[in-house]
Structure formats: structure tokens, C-alpha cells
Design a protein around this ligand. Structure first.
Ligand code: UDX
Ligand code: UDX
Length: 433
């Protein structure tokens, strides 16, 4: 690493806190991760990792002498140069972000007699940093600096995204606090964006909103493709080659989910509304996404008529592949709708155990989920699904309908395998065959 090793306290041992702590330890810093959940901390102390995120377990076990876990605030803070805040900020009923966990962390900080910087990793509304600054000052913690260093790590590739970022954003009130946070990232190659705290907070919200806008855009193009006979996969390829547009985040499907996009879109919508601005485009992005999940039900109706007593297999439950995260997963909406319509729902996922999905039977394999089904829906594009023997799956189904919610499979091959295949935004086979 370049720069001297520092002591970093990370509050929150969730997806973001664990990735942040493990990566800073990997860079040579001494890290203490603190969480309120004693069970979680004890499991981590035994070397058990409570989340599925590629690369995290390896980094934790490779850095045990520099990386420890505790429930104690005093232990975490002892000698810390940086206090990273990585607790959750879920939406409240109003759509505003719930900052209670953030305030708990700030209020729990003891009197700190050495220079250190509180760094906000959690996604927070614009203006939060200023409020935290005031609160620290009111408590006499004037020597404690403050910086915003938002995360842009996607689940499934979070370690890679942290260590090889597109950019590192650091917003601070004082120049020296920002300098210190940048130096902490020594050893990571990537452009650094330095700015004020409010702009750093907005960069995070705006980046997510831009990505969500692209997804809802391509999903609407897909819906028009379906109505007009075009193929959205070819269309995305064709527009993505325009350097001004670029190819990423143009995969049409059944909509976005996850721990960030749905909550951050609501938080930005509310932030704008609370400031008297109606964010029309973002409202449309959210609405398109809600409707997109339900279009699958319409497709099933077209193939099967009433769904009462029909058996539908959902393949993939996590909101995207390579994670066990079910937060705002489209599978939850689909399972709920299907059960409400009287369907018999079976599901498979390679990582998620599905215990919490009441009324859904969990199958051990995609083949077992599809056996005797009236329709199969690909909800999450797990790579395992590309090696399934679809011809034998078709033969085992009551009616061989396959709705590919992620355009994972080749339509011609699926039709050759005997399936009535329908993707999203691609020339659909008519229910009549
Ligand atoms: C994060 C962010 O912090 C959120 O703002 C961002 O937008 C998405 O990712 P994440 O790490 O995914 O959240 O959340 P989660 O996996 O729920 O972890 C949060 C952890 O903080 C939990 O382990 C929880 O026990 C802990 N926590 C919560 C505390 O330690 N203290 C509290 O007061 C509250
Ligand atoms: C996202 C951001 O990418 C990351 O920068 C931020 O820090 C947290 O939120 P994440 O939610 O982990 O990361 O996953 P991401 O890969 O961005 O996918 C989000 C959702 O969008 C998934 O449900 C995915 O299926 C969907 N998606 C993504 C599409 O439907 N089409 C696409 O082209 C890309």
C-alpha cells in the first residue's frame, strides 16, 4: 500500500460494512467492524460470514490479524483514525430514508480526544452531512472531521468494485479530512472526485437514478418491441454501440430490485418533493418498474388463461445472480401475485433457501421445480440455468410454457427443445404455437 496504515472502525456488518472493512484490511489498515447484533458478531468471530458475497470470505480469512469484530463501541473507536458509518438506511412509510441507525451511531460516539474523521458510507439524503456536522459540534466533537464517501459497489461484484472502482468520491467540509480519506484508499487505482459534502451525497443518488432510468427506458423499448415485432436484445446491442450511449444497463427484463435502487429512488423522489420539486422523470421510472414486474402475470394469462390451480415454477429468487439478497426482489412480487390468483407456486434458487416465502414450495433443482408445471418463469439469470437440459424439462411439464424474464436463453433453441418460449421484448411465440 502507499500511505501509512490507519485504524478504521466500521459501524455495520452488513453487505456494505463487511466489504468496506475487508477491503481496507486487505489494503493493510487495521479494521474493527462493529455491529449491534451479538449473534452476527459472534459468528464473524468464529469465521462464519453471514452474507453471500464473492471474495468477502477470502479477504476476511486472509486478514484475520488486522480485522476484528465487536459489539462494543469503545473497542471499535479505540485509537480509530476513521469511523465509517455503514448501517442500513431503509425507506420509511413516507418513502424518506430512515436515518435512525445513522443517528444512533453518531450519538453513541464517545468523547474522542484525537483527530479522526467520521465517514458516511451509507446512502443518505442530501443535507444529512450538514446535520451530522451540527450534531457533532453540539456534542463538543469539533475535532472530529466529517466526509461523505458513498459506495458504488454492486452486490455480487462488490469486492472487485471496491478495489477497482470507476471513481472514488470524497466530499468534505475541511480539505484535510478529504485528503485523509483519499490517502486511506492508497493502493486503489481509480479517478478521485473531490467535492463538497452535499454534492457527494447527490452523486450517489443521481448515479443510481441514472442507472434506473436506463433500465426503465430499455424496458419500455422492450414493451414497444413486443407490440411491433422488434427484438430488444438486438436493439440494445445496436444502440449500445453508440459511444454516447454505451452498452451497460440496457438489459431488458422484469425490472430492478435490490437493497439500493428501489429505496434510493424513493428517497430521491421524497428529497425532491420535500424541497418542493416534483421529479417527474423519476416518478415515471419507478412506475415503469412496478408495472414491468406485473407484465409477466399478463404473459402467463395469455398462455394459460386463469392461473387458479395452475402450477408455476419460479427459477431464481435473489434480486440478481451471485447474491443471496432478497430485498425488493421481483420474485417476491411475482410469488405474491401468483398465490393471490390461486396458482400453485414452486421455486428454485441456488443460494436463497426461500424459507420466508410463505405458501411457496421450494424445489432442490430447476428440473424438480418444473416437473409437472404449467409454466416456468426465469426470474433471476443464474448461470446454472444455461446448462439445464430444456428438452427434458419441456417433456416433464404439463404445458411447456417458458417465460424468460431475463432474456437469458436462445429463443430458437428453446423452441427447438419443445418449449413455448417468450422473453421480454422479443418476437413472442403465440400461445397457439
Ligand atoms: C447499506 C447501506 O448502509 C445503505 O445505506 C446502502 O444504501 C445500502 O447498503 P447494507 O450493508 O446493505 O446497507 O445493510 P445491511 O446488510 O442491512 O447491514 C446493516 C448492518 O448494520 C446490520 O448488520 C445491522 O445489524 C447493523 N446496524 C444497524 C448497526 O450496527 N447499528 C444500528 O444501529 C443499526
Ligand atoms: C446497485 C448499483 O449498481 C451500485 O452502484 C450501488 O452502489 C448499489 O445499487 P446492486 O443493486 O447491487 O447495485 O445491483 P445492480 O447490478 O446494479 O442491479 C440492480 C438491479 O437492476 C437488479 O435487479 C438487476 O437485475 C437490474 N438490472 C440491471 C436490469 O434489470 N437491467 C440491467 O441492464 C442492469
Amino acid at each position: 500500500m502507499s500511505g501509512s496504515p490507519k485504524r478504521v472502525a466500521v459501524f455495520g456488518a452488513g453487505y456494505v460494512g463487511l466489504v468496506t472493512g475487508a477491503c481496507f484490511a486487505d489494503l493493510g489498515h487495521t479494521v474493527v467492524i462493529r455491529d449491534v447484533l451479538a449473534d452476527r458478531v459472534e459468528a464473524l468471530q468464529r469465521g462464519e460470514i453471514p452474507i453471500y458475497e464473492p471474495g468477502v470470505a477470502d479477504r476476511i480469512s486472509a486478514n484475520t490479524e488486522r480485522l476484528t469484530f465487536t459489539t462494543s463501541v469503545t473497542e471499535a473507536i479505540d485509537g480509530a483514525d476513521f469511523v465509517y458509518v455503514a448501517v442500513g438506511t431503509p425507506p420509511t412509510y413516507s418513502g424518506d430514508a430512515d436515518l435512525s441507525a445513522v443517528w444512533t451511531v453518531i450519538d453513541e460516539l464517545p468523547a474522542i480526544d484525537k483527530a479522526c474523521v467520521v465517514v458516511m458510507k451509507s446512502t443518505v439524503p442530501v443535507g444529512t452531512g450538514m446535520k451530522v456536522r451540527h450534531r457533532l459540534d453540539e456534542r463538543g466533537l469539533t475535532r472530529v472531521g466529517y466526509a461523505s464517501n458513498p459506495e458504488f459497489t454492486a452486490e455480487g461484484t462488490a469486492v472487485k468494485d471496491f478495489l477497482h472502482p470507476d471513481r472514488i468520491v470524497v466530499g468534505s467540509f475541511r480539505e484535510e479530512d478529504g485528503d485523509a480519506v483519499v490517502a486511506l484508499h492508497g493502493g486503489i487505482d481509480g479517478p478521485v472526485v473531490r467535492c463538497d459534502v452535499a454534492s457527494a451525497e447527490m452523486i450517489k443518488l443521481a448515479a443510481n437514478a441514472a442507472l434506473m432510468t436506463r433500465i426503465s427506458f430499455i424496458n419500455e423499448i422492450a414493451n414497444v418491441c413486443e407490440a411491433t415485432g422488434a427484438d430488444v436484445v438486438r436493439v440494445a446491442e445496436g444502440i449500445g454501440l453508440d459511444r454516447r450511449i454505451g452498452p451497460s444497463f440496457l438489459r431488458a427484463g422484469i425490472g430492478f430490485g435490490g437493497s439500493c435502487f428501489p429505496k434510493d429512488s424513493l428517497a430521491l423522489k421524497q428529497l425532491a418533493a420535500n424541497s418542493g420539486y416534483h421529479f417527474q422523470l423519476l416518478n415515471a421510472v419507478i412506475e415503469v418498474n412496478d408495472l414491468q414486474k406485473r407484465r409477466v402475470i399478463g404473459k402467463l394469462h395469455r398462455h394459460l388463461g386463469s392461473l387458479r390451480d395452475k402450477r408455476v415454477a419460479l427459477l431464481g429468487l435473489a434480486f440478481k445472480p451471485h447474491t443471496d439478497d432478497m430485498r425488493e426482489a421481483p420474485s417476491l412480487v411475482l410469488a405474491g401475485r401468483l398465490l393471490a390468483e390461486g396458482a400453485d407456486v414452486r421455486a428454485w434458487d441456488p443460494i436463497v433457501d426461500g424459507r420466508d416465502l410463505h405458501g411457496v414450495e421450494i424445489a432442490a433443482s430447476p428440473e424438480a421445480a418444473a416437473d409437472g408445471a404449467d409454466a416456468v418463469v426465469i426470474v433471476t439469470e443464474w448461470p446454472e440455468l444455461t446448462t439445464v437440459d430444456w428438452a427434458s424439462v419441456a417433456a416433464s411439464m404439463r404445458t411447456p410454457v417458458l417465460i424468460d424474464g431475463r432474456n437469458l436463453l436462445d429463443p430458437a433453441l428453446m423452441q427447438a427443445a419443445g418449449l413455448q418460449y417468450e422473453g421480454i421484448g422479443r418476437a413472442a411465440e403465440s400461445p397457439e404455437g
